[in-house]
Design a binder for this molecule. Structure first.
Ligand code: HAM
Length: 432
């Protein structure tokens, strides 16, 4: 029989890896809450048209990477490759714009892109992100960038660089596109097949090409800044000033186009952990997409957001947090004490403690070895004499030492000693 394995580019997260994931997720949830963002959860599967019409034809995501299938009802569906389009759909479907002028949402979850797997690039990956609807001002852009930077700081991820760009509004962008076509036209025969198609359909995408010769040509292409109309320039200048005020360093990248078509005005990316990820891979990115809500039939609604790849943040984390071992391991010294041990474990769990026990029984030594291997802080040993007298021998597995404690007083003693990280009292004293 062929071995069953996870789909290429999709990974299991085993219990020993979960503490790092939770640290990222919980830090983000807590921070997003502090900035006033509420969590939104949308389906993993959406109508294909949602992504084609937002991310855009001519992008790698739509042309090459989507997991699209026709379901039994003959509808074309796609596993979401990102979160922004779904957030916009939900925002409109529930007429959130009619309830409040400004909406702040955050989300976390799996996304799907059929990319070539590499370190930090997977086919199922996870994003955390925010979307801010209803505020056109550069202060909203600054808030979103600041939240992202604050997240990296809270996670202890250093050595990152923030690249900031602007595409301008529709008119500025049209001027820039024309300038790009003028620049690339004399070289069109030398471009790769994808770029020749992009030249007409989507000239901004000429700037993302990974083919070395094309990328080299793109490096000298005209940038966005010299094609900005006055109000687009002002928006960008104000954003820069606010970021300066907030003490957030950035470098202006006039060629930053991002790989999705819905952006206008601000775009940004954060790069870091380049030793593991390489120079091309961003920890996250985002920008403004003022036209998208309207394009899907809503009222004109400016919006800005970002998303970061959780796996990439994990690769950049300075150290992995240790998994939480059990606080107490309950040991039945002999088979006759297994009932009492089961009862004690339940009692301690009911008091809110993390408790492990070896349900298979086994020798005292093997159970203590197992407790040690699991990283248990204490072992509560029940022998025949202990059960009869209503006590346990409480062994401190971190510091050494044994203390006799009444089963009634055990929760209190453990609570105090765990809180204080106390050394053992030493000797055999009964403590109630
Ligand atoms: P994106 O740049 O396509 O933007 O993706 C954001 C982040 O998701 C990337 O910087 C990267 O960290 C992570 N990511 C993307 N693809 C992969 C992959 N195959 N494997 C691992 N990580 C990956 C967006 O998705 C926009 N929706 C961001 C946004 C929100 N713009 C406005 N609001």
């Amino acid at each position: 029989m062929t071995k069953l394995r996870a789909v290429k580019g999709m990974h299991d997260v085993l219990p020993e890896q979960v503490p790092s994931w939770r640290r990222v997720e919980e830090t983000f949830r807590e921070l997003a809450g502090r900035y006033g963002y509420g969590e939104v959860r949308t389906p993993l599967v959406e109508p294909t048209a949602l992504f084609v019409r937002s991310i855009g034809e001519g992008t790698d995501i739509v042309d090459k990477e989507m997991y699209t299938f026709v379901d039994k009802g003959e509808q074309s569906l796609t596993l979401r490759p990102e979160g922004t389009a779904s957030a916009v759909r939900a925002y409109l479907q529930h007429a959130v714009h009619a309830r409040e002028p400004v909406t702040r949402w955050f989300y976390l979850g799996p996304m799907y892109r059929r990319e070539r797997p590499a370190k930090g690039r997977y086919r199922q990956f996870h994003q955390l992100g925010v979307e801010l609807f209803g505020d056109p001002s550069p202060y909203a852009d600054a808030e979103v960038v600041d939240l992202f930077v604050a997240l990296l700081e809270a996670l202890g991820i250093r050595g990152v660089s923030l690249r900031l760009g602007t595409l301008g509004g529709p008119e500025s962008r049209a001027r820039w596109k024309a300038a790009l076509q003028d620049y690339f036209r004399p070289h069109i025969e030398a471009l790769c097949g994808d770029c020749r198609r992009r030249f007409e359909r989507n000239p901004l995408r000429l700037l993302d090409c990974k083919v070395p010769a094309d990328a080299q040509l793109a490096a000298d292409a005209p940038g966005a800044l010299e094609h900005l109309l006055e109000d687009d320039r002002e928006h960008f200048e104000t954003l820069r000033r606010v970021l300066d005020e907030l003490g957030t360093p950035y470098e202006v990248d006039p060629h930053l186009a991002r790989g999705l078509d819905y952006y206008g005005r601000t775009v940004f990316e954060v790069h870091g952990a380049q030793d593991v990820l390489g120079a091309q891979s961003a920890l996250g990115g985002g920008g403004r997409y003022d036209a998208l809500v309207e394009r899907f039939g809503g009222p004109p609604t400016p919006a800005v957001g970002f998303a970061a790849g959780i796996e990439r943040l994990l690769l950049a984390l300075p150290e992995a947090p240790a998994p939480d071992g059990p606080q107490v391991f309950v040991v039945a010294a002999g088979a006759e004490q297994r009932d009492a041990a089961a009862g004690l474990a339940k009692h301690l769990r009911g008091a809110g403690l993390r408790v492990a026990t070896d349900l298979r029984g086994g020798s005292l030594r093997s159970q203590l070895r197992r407790a040690d291997r699991m990283g248990a802080r204490f072992a509560a040993v029940l022998g025949d004499a202990e059960v009869k007298r209503g006590v346990v021998q409480l062994k401190d597995l971190a510091e050494g030492g044994t203390q006799e404690v009444s089963t009634e007083g055990l929760v209190g003693v453990l609570g105090r000693r765990l809180a204080a990280g106390q050394p053992p009292a030493g000797g055999n004293s009964t403590n109630t």
